[in-house]
Design a protein around this ligand. Structure first.
Ligand code: GLC
Length: 643
């Protein structure tokens, strides 16, 4: 399989027929616009699908049926969303230019249900948020559902959270408030309770073909010899024996069945699911577990070339039907792999608009633990420039663990032994190192010295902020909080705040969640929004007032008209173990100090002296003797821009 797609096909019989099918679903007055979109994206879609499925039996008729389904979704697109599409087609870099600020939350933990989330729009606006990622809210399997990531229906909302009408109403209310709604689309798997899985168990061969099912362990064993493990403790192995069916591929939990994307109807079904939600008003899709979509014997079964073709094909579907929609890759992979999700070669800029910068997130935490800027610096140096109209999602924490494996490349290329160096950083964040300020916990590793898998904890607890919202925060802990957020906000196109971090909420200590946390430690960073913290914020007191003000100051600085939105972050050469110096274009530079001692800076030597001024500074920087020197407090950070 080659990695790129072939040159655009001439209008052969297949593509003529596909176009006809698409247009036939639309009223005449929409044909001109549809024709333009077909001219732009139709060939991309056909090329990607031909590369993936051209050899399969009945491909031509499957293709024309797919185009008819896409035409139907286009015909169902509400007028207000069609208008949004047209606006965004004229400004394809809208999400990079607007300097968006994201926020990510579980529906129940943030607002109780979808209507309750609408009631929190004021809170989001006060923070300057214009992008809201709601973690899975579709109907999940009953019982354990991996936080909703085991989806039982793409057409229903989880009943406790509301209905499809509530979703549509929320999306509209958010849009009116200038906030784009982002939803997960769990691409890799469905719940064992999904109708497709149930039909497969009941013996329906068409539905059985939706999954990877093996009669015995021969092939599973062969695959297992090269495939890794996501949850080695709670869900060891990658296959689950399902009575009456056989060994089924389950990368994550045994109740999450991987879909077989080598089977064309799976692609059609998931594209339809995506567009159905887009027509409800979802503007951004977080493509969950994207790297795992294609399996190939003898490989790790991640990041295969076909994964990129599948994502490019999905993107072409949105370009045809819902061009205002953004696709975001959830690819928890080393930095050099993740950058491929923006598309490369013939797919450059034709795959995902956004991708999580997981490497930077993990490197920042390692840097904090080590008191060194080396890993963040290396990760940024290893981050190539983005294709036009794509951008990084940067973040400090999320609902998952801090995944350490994404740093292997940088750690090993610097001559360190991964397990030793990252094991030490993880120990520090998990509070096992004497003198550590952090209160995190290990995830899926069997204790000190064992394989390093991940670390859990809320930002506040990891940087040493107190549990009690009304306590006076230690200024040093607050600077550590600011340092990590300042880095994420400096580098990302769309920085994503994690619910509770704006209030400096500590680790989840709810007794009702103790069982969940004991089973899957990621619930440590999934508390309910603290009402006590909201009250403290309203009263301007304690930790919440301090963390909220820090984030407000950073987001305000990012909205400074001088902010160089069109540039990515790059490293400025600078010796010194603890200092990271970054630029964005020629007119903006920042310093991030990962050390625990004060640091004297020569601003002129750093290229940000005379003629530059502070755009943001953490804590209270000591008065400078003159414009060219500055004493950075421990864990201090500073953004400067040319006047
Ligand atoms: C993603 C989610 C994670 C979930 C996994 C399986 O990585 O972020 O929470 O467990 O997918 O769906």
């Amino acid at each position: 399989m080659n990695e790129g797609v072939s040159a655009p096909l001439a209008l052969d019989a297949d593509s003529m027929e596909a176009r006809q099918q698409f247009l036939a679903m639309l009223p005449r007055d929409q044909h001109a616009l549809a024709d333009q979109r077909l001219a732009l994206a139709g060939n991309d879609l056909i090329d990607a699908l031909t590369a993936l499925y051209g050899h399969t039996e009945g491909f031509s008729s499957w293709l024309s049926t797919l185009f008819a389904q896409l035409g139907r979704q286009a015909s169902l697109r509400p007028a207000e969303l069609v208008a949004l599409d047209m606006e965004r087609e004229k400004q394809p870099d809208w999400f990079v230019r607007q300097r968006m600020l994201g926020y990510s939350a579980y529906v129940d933990r943030f607002g109780g249900d979808l209507r309750g989330v609408a009631g929190r729009i004021g809170h989001l606006q006060a923070l300057g948020v214009d992008y809201l990622h709601l973690l899975p809210f579709l109907r999940a399997r009953s019982g354990d559902s991996d936080g909703g990531f085991a989806v039982a229906s793409f057409e229903e909302v989880e009943p406790a959270l509301g209905s499809m009408d509530d979703l549509q109403a929320l999306a509209r209310a958010l849009r009116t408030a200038g906030i784009s709604l982002c939803s997960d689309l769990v691409l890799n798997h469905v719940a064992d309770e999904h109708a497709w899985a149930r039909a497969a168990i009941a013996g329906d061969p068409a539905m059985r073909a939706f999954f990877h099912v093996f009669p015995d362990r021969t092939l599973p064993d062969a695959y297992e010899s090269t495939v890794g493990q996501v949850f080695p403790q709670t869900a060891p192995g990658n296959f689950t024996r399902v009575p009456g069916l056989g060994w089924t591929w389950t990368t994550f939990y045994p109740y999450q069945w991987d879909l077989n994307y080598a089977h064309p109807p799976v692609f059609a079904a998931m594209a339809t699911a995506l567009l159905g939600l887009a027509n409800r008003g979802v503007e951004v899709f977080r493509l969950d577990s994207a790297p795992f979509l294609w399996k190939r014997l003898g490989t790790a079964c991640v990041n295969e070339p076909e994964v990129h073709l599948l994502l490019a094909a999905l993107r072409a579907c949105t370009r045809l039907v819902a061009p205002g929609v953004l696709l975001k890759a959830e690819a928890i992979m080393p930095t050099t792999e993740v950058t491929r999700y923006f598309g490369r070669g013939a797919l450059s800029g034709r795959e995902c608009h956004l991708a999580y910068h997981t490497g930077l997130m993990a490197a920042a935490w390692a840097g904090l633990a080590e008191g060194s800027a080396q890993l963040p610096q290396q990760v940024i140096a290893d981050t190539p420039a983005n294709p036009p109209c794509t951008g990084w999602i940067t973040y400090v924490r999320c609902h998952d663990d801090i995944v350490w494996n994404v740093l292997r490349e940088q750690v090993e290329s610097s001559g360190s032994v991964f397990r030793e160096r990252i094991g030490a950083a993880a120990d520090f964040l998990e509070g096992r190192t004497p003198g550590s300020f952090a209160r995190g916990a290990a995830f899926q590793s069997s204790g000190p010295g064992a394989a390093v898998h991940g670390s859990n904890g809320m930002t506040a607890s990891l940087v040493g902020l107190p549990d009690d919202p009304l306590a006076t925060p230690d200024p040093a802990a607050l600077r550590r909080f600011a340092l990590l957020h300042a880095l994420a906000l400096w580098v990302g196109a769309v920085p994503l705040l994690y619910m509770g971090d704006e209030l400096g909420q500590a680790n989840n200590a709810a007794s009702a969640d103790a069982g969940l946390i004991a089973w899957d430690g990621r619930w440590l960073q999934r508390p309910a929004l603290s009402l006590a913290a909201l009250e403290a914020l309203a009263a301007g007191k304690g930790v919440p007032a301090a963390t909220f003000a820090t984030l407000r100051a950073l987001t305000a600085a990012r909205r400074d008209p001088r902010w160089p939105a069109g540039h990515g972050a790059g490293v400025v050469e600078q010796p010194g173990k603890t200092l990271l110096v970054l630029h964005r274009g020629d007119d903006a530079r920042a310093v991030f100090h990962f050390g625990e001692a004060p640091l004297d800076l020569d601003l002129e030597a750093l290229g940000m002296g005379h003629g530059w001024s502070d755009a943001w500074a953490s804590g209270a920087p000591a008065a400078a003797a003159d414009d060219n020197t500055r004493r950075l407090a421990p864990w201090g950070a500073l953004w400067r821009m040319r006047d």
